[in-house]
Write a protein that binds this ligand. Structure first.
Ligand code: AMP
Length: 207
């Protein structure tokens, strides 16, 4: 199963992607997670990417496409994979046609008035990557592994508004691009996490 999850920042892509990969036994490929790992390791790529990410802008298409092409060669992708947050531009999608043929694109739709609040109240575990909302969080540590929770540096209100604008201008056209290939499944992302996942699984079980 070769999937891609599309949707604005705060739509719940990461959470739903993790649940989907567990259920179907496929690799989770998040370019955002890969870039944050580069920043954490202090690599040259991480240093270059940090300023771009913190401003809510996009890392260059060449870097992203090369990163994904290498990642897809790894063994854990043999059973299938889920692309989370990539491609993010028409240029990335075009370049990736050379090495990826997707079975389905899940477009998680959430109106913009929900997004800023969702992202600004989001906290992420530094160890396992689990995400929480401060609105429902009990205590201050990760409920899954006990490690520290932080706010991503690009989850501030100013950066979020730019990320949403960048999504509308550069990523949203991909819905039309994949619609023309007949592989888009639309999912309402405004409900409870488990309800949204139920809708996604219903679509994927048909494949
Ligand atoms: P995410 O975790 O998917 O929200 O990504 C966080 C940030 O990483 C984005 O705001 C971009 O700056 C960068 N990024 C992640 N994936 C891509 C991509 N496919 N193309 C360009 N930049 C990306």
């Amino acid at each position: 199963m070769k999937l891609m999850f599309l949707g604005p920042p705060g739509a719940g892509k990461g959470t739903q992607a993790k649940m989907t990969c567990e259920r179907y036994g496929i690799a989770h490929i998040s370019t955002g997670d890969m870039l944050r790992a580069e920043i954490k390791s202090g690599s040259e790529l991480g240093l270059k990417a940090k300023a771009v990410i913190d401003a809510g802008e996009l890392v260059s298409d060449e870097i992203i496409v090369a990163m994904v092409e290498n990642r897809l060669k790894q063994d854990d992708c043999k059973n299938g994979f889920l692309l989370d947050g990539v491609p993010r531009t028409l240029a990335q999608a075009g370049a990736m046609e050379a090495f990826v043929k997707l079975d389905a694109v899940i477009d998680i739709e959430v109106p913009s008035e929900f997004l800023v609040d969702r992202i600004c109240t989001r906290r992420v575990c530094v160890a396992c990557g689990a995400t929480y909302s401060v609105k429902t969080l009990k205590g201050t540590a990760c409920e899954a592994c006990g490690a520290e929770l932080i706010q991503r540096p690009d989850d501030t209100e100013e950066t979020v508004l730019n990320r949403i604008a960048v999504y509308d201008a550069q990523t949203k056209p991909l819905v039309e691009y994949y619609k023309n290939k007949g592989i888009v499944k639309y999912i309402d992302g405004t409900g409870e996490i488990s309800a949204v996942f139920g809708d996604i699984a219903k679509e994927l079980d048909k494949l």
